[in-house]
Design a protein around this ligand. Structure first.
Ligand SMILES: Nc1nc2c(ncn2[C@@H]2O[C@H](COP(=O)(O)OP(=O)(O)OP(=O)(O)O)[C@@H](O)[C@H]2O)c(=O)[nH]1
Ligand SMILES: [Mg+2]
Length: 305
């Protein structure tokens, strides 16, 4: 068998909120890089994850879910998707299986293919996720329907959660990538700094621990990340973060009865941060109220949106 030439390029993962975009990225990388929760609109910024094998290097861009913008924060999230699309060589259009007659959310798919992807003019692989929830027969019907309706380069059913059909996805991407050489060293998993992932882990725990509007009204900023000092007997890094909320009532909810909720948040976040960094840390969280931060350009900008 002739050996395949090496290839490299950028692949955007794009789709509706809660489709499993971040789960897919993590499964492909075999590393939990991007935060995942059962709630929609978990991802707010572009997450770059680099996949390596002997034949290719794929720089995956995990993006926020496409939604109707209701405030400035959402507009900036849509801007992230637009810019990532410009950078991409290939598009992974991720559509979750729906229980409905059309297999996937047809209205959303129309918008995705016609308004977002057609003008971009990039090769598209349609990936139908959560295939563990539907029969094989339905998967075949859905693949045929999607191919005939939107005409992507390829259609694949996968289960990001179960890791099903992911090698096939890599095989489909590999020949389309434009570069013949890798852009990053083989041990590079992402281009974002550790402190970004620290703030993301805390946000994930907030999404998991708090209900209603609280996670959506929250942002996390790393104020200080002091690496362990050799003279420090504890040898622990110190990480100080602000947890930004919009109102005093949310601050009270974040803190909870006698500080119990905040304590739990700190403990669960610290555990995962320590696992990511591979060393023990001190984590300090301060709750701050910044009224309507999601609507204010200057605050959004200072939080990196
Ligand atoms: N059954 C099933 N659930 C899945 C699959 N992939 C992801 N999920 C679940 O779907 C939910 C959303 O997953 P995420 O990976 O956070 O989805 P996302 O598209 O990144 O969502 P946003 O960042 O909010 O846009 C989580 O509860 C996942 O466990 C899958 O293949 N099968
Ligand atoms: Mg996500």
């Amino acid at each position: 068998m002739a050996s395949t030439p090496f290839s490299c390029g950028f692949a955007i993962i794009i789709g509706p909120p809660n489709a499993g975009k971040s789960t897919l990225l993590n499964e492909l990388l075999d590393f939990k890089l991007s935060i995942v929760t059962p709630k929609p609109q978990t991802t707010r910024k572009k997450i770059t994850g680099i996949y390596h094998n002997n034949n290719c290097q794929i720089i995956f861009l995990d993006t926020p879910g496409i939604m109707k913008p209701q405030q400035k924060l959402h507009e900036s999230m849509l801007g992230v998707i637009r810019n990532s699309l410009k950078d991409a060589d290939i598009v992974i259009a991720l559509l979750p299986y729906s229980g409905k007659k059309d297999f996937v959310d047809r209205e959303f798919a129309e918008e995705l293919f016609n308004e977002w992807l057609k003008p971009a003019g990039k090769p598209i692989i349609a990936v139908l996720n959560k295939s563990d929830l539907v029969s094989e027969e339905r998967q075949h019907q859905a693949e045929e329907f999607v191919m005939n309706t939107w005409n992507p380069v390829k259609v694949l059913s996968v289960s990001a959660l179960r890791g099903k059909n992911l090698p096939q996805l890599i095989e489909a991407i590999q020949p389309i990538l434009p570069l013949k050489y890798p852009l990053y060293p083989e041990d590079t998993l992402s281009t974002a700094p550790e402190r970004f992932f620290v703030s993301e882990i805390i946000r994930e725990k907030i999404f998991l621990l708090y209900g209603r509007e609280v996670p959506y009204s929250t942002e996390v900023v790393v104020d200080e990340f002091r690496e362990q000092h050799e003279n420090d007997p504890t040898r622990k890094d110190l990480i100080r973060c602000s947890v930004i909320v919009e109102r005093d009532t949310q601050k009270q909810i974040m803190i909870g009865q006698k500080g119990a909720a905040l304590k739990k948040l700190g403990q669960t976040a610290r555990k995962d941060i320590e696992e990511m960094l591979g060393r023990p840390i001190f984590l300090e969280l301060f709750i701050k109220v910044r009224p309507d931060w999601r609507k204010k350009n200057n605050l959004l900008k200072s939080y990196g949106y």
